[in-house]
Design a protein around this ligand. Structure first.
Ligand code: GLA
Length: 522
């Protein structure tokens, strides 16, 4: 009886934490279609369209005003809206958005000037950024005007002032918290993964330069996000940028764009004119099974389990961790059709696999042993796969690992990164871990069904003057390296999740490809 109570309590706790966890924001943003040419009537018309098209009912709730609303600062330094474009002021727009049951988002720069002042010759953007006005603007935007979200760009702070990202965004977050609006979400728009500190401040962060309305751009952003799944956790998301759906991409390219933004748990901000959106694109944006993937309560980003011949297979758990139900994408970014196949065991699945096509919203004929489909050029097949059993994992790629010191920040870039390497399984290694204890490669969820003894086999690229220390659940061993690029060692895992780290206090760690685990006769 006590056991049943315990299980019930645990289930209740699990549900509560899953409910509290935030999901990626869904809404619309003005930038992709209008750049700085926005106005209050335009924004209100889009807000109306969000309701009229049914996008609001499908879950899209934010109307985000991007660059272009700035007017001038008065003698007290107070920001005013653009007098011609927003004659009624910014509060009236936020009030209107709220009156429709939607949330309102706004935009600024961490420095003194906006990106629009540099790239779009918007002179009103000069001096419009948050720099030196953090408290004043936070009071105005979030308390007096009532906005609920802010995207914070970096042109002024970067190109112009060359500020350090972490203290800069921390100061802004503090100013927003101090006006009593801790629930305001911020988006760090630094066009590259900013560093693991970002999760203390922001709900999401951009990982790439600006998206544009073409296939090359969509493909590039997916590629950039492939090794970043470890940073999408606990209600914080890698932002793949606003959607270009409903503009000029082909039907299959739109499938890739939306399907992978959903599977990778990116924020979903529609970027087209919602008053003229083509029916086909609208139906895609409203597909409830794809939205459910994006808003899944686990909040995970799919990671690549196979990279063959330019194609990828990505997978993630949905609903609950480690069940036989997973979401799987067979992604073909190449320019010709490909058959993509993967053994079920590579997906940690076994038995008959029931398949549901998430684009067509139809059940398909089940498959056994191997999943396989012909995928057209620039296209993706996205399935919910329900197998009979979930297998214990045996492989952990370096490109799935969390790197506590990883960032992608130009001048202040740290050395450690995910390097493209043709010889590596999955096509990537982690390069330049080590040199200090903290510069580790960390796998936080190394799963063992029962716990016990395993043989760990580490694959790496041999090189001179390297060292390797493997830390399992805090217990460290020095590992002798060889010229073969493979080393094996016995490890003991406990039942459930384990943490494995690879580091070296004194030297670089060799480029790590992956490790595999084999259960030993316990
Ligand atoms: C940067 C951002 C874009 C957009 C513009 C506005 O380029 O990355 O998303 O906000 O600025 O000027």
């Amino acid at each position: 009886m006590r056991k049943i109570w315990l299980i019930l309590l645990m289930a209740a706790g699990w549900t509560a934490s899953a409910q509290q966890r935030k999901t990626p924001i869904m809404g619309w943003s003005s930038w992709n279609t209008y750049r700085v040419n926005i106005s209050d009537t335009l924004i209100k018309r889009q807000a109306d369209a969000m309701v009229a098209t049914g996008l609001k009912d499908a879950g899209y709730t934010y109307i985000n005003i991007d660059d272009g609303f700035f007017g001038y600062r008065d003698e007290q330094g107070e920001m005013h809206a653009h007098p011609q474009r927003f004659p009624g002021g910014m509060k009236a727009v936020a009030d209107y958005i709220h009156s429709l049951g939607l949330k309102a988002g706004i935009y600024s720069d961490a420095g003194a000037v906006t990106c629009g002042s540099i790239w779009d010759k918007d002179r009103n953007g000069i001096g419009a950024g948050l720099y030196g006005h953090e408290a004043q603007d936070a009071e105005l935007y979030f308390r007096r005007w009532g906005y609920d979200f802010i995207k914070i760009d970096y042109c002024g702070a970067g190109q112009e002032l060359d500020l350090d990202e972490q203290p800069r965004y921390t100061a802004i977050r503090k100013a927003i918290d101090q006006v009593g609006r801790k629930e305001v979400e911020i988006n760090i728009c630094r066009w590259a993964f900013p560093g693991t500190w970002a999760k203390e401040l922001a709900a999401s962060w951009r990982i790439s330069g600006d998206i544009s309305d073409n296939w090359g751009s969509v493909k590039h952003i997916i590629e950039k996000n492939l090794p970043l799944s470890a940073y999408c956790a606990d209600g914080h998301f890698n932002d793949m940028d606003m959607l270009e759906i409903g503009r000029s991409l082909s039907e299959s390219e739109e499938r890739v764009h939306f399907g992978l933004w959903c599977l990778m748990s990116s924020p979903l901000l529609v970027g087209c004119d919602m008053t003229t959106i083509p029916e086909r694109s609208l139906a895609l944006l409203k597909n409830p099974e794809l939205i459910a993937l994006n808003q899944d309560s686990l909040g995970l980003q799919a990671y690549p389990v196979q990279a063959v011949d330019g194609t990828y297979v990505l997978v993630k758990d949905i609903g609950r961790r480690r069940t036989p139900v997973r979401a799987v994408a067979l992604y073909n970014p190449t320019d010709s059709a490909r058959r993509i196949s993967i053994a079920l065991s590579e997906l940690e699945l076994e038995g008959k696999a029931r398949l549901r096509d998430l684009f067509a919203r139809k059940d398909l004929r089940p498959m056994r042993d191997t999943l396989s489909a012909v995928v057209g050029p620039h296209d993706v097949t996205l399935w919910r796969v329900e197998a009979e059993r979930r297998l214990e994992p045996t492989c952990y790629e370096a490109e799935w690992a969390y790197l506590p010191l990883f960032n992608d920040l130009g001048k202040r870039k740290k050395e450690v990164f995910y390097a493209v390497e043709a010889k590596a399984s999955g096509g990537r290694v982690v390069r330049y871990a080590g040199g200090c204890r903290e510069n580790a490669i960390v796998w936080n969820r190394v799963w063992s069904d029962l716990g016990g003894r395993y043989e760990m086999r580490i694959a790496y690229l041999p090189a001179e003057n390297r060292g390797l220390e493997v830390v399992v659940n805090g217990e460290s061993v020095q590992v002798p390296l060889s010229a073969e690029g493979v080393v094996t060692l016995p490890v003991v895992l406990r039942p459930g999740d384990n943490t494995v780290e690879m580091t070296c206090r004194t030297q670089w760690v060799p480029d790590i490809d992956r490790f595999t685990l084999k259960r030993m006769g316990n």
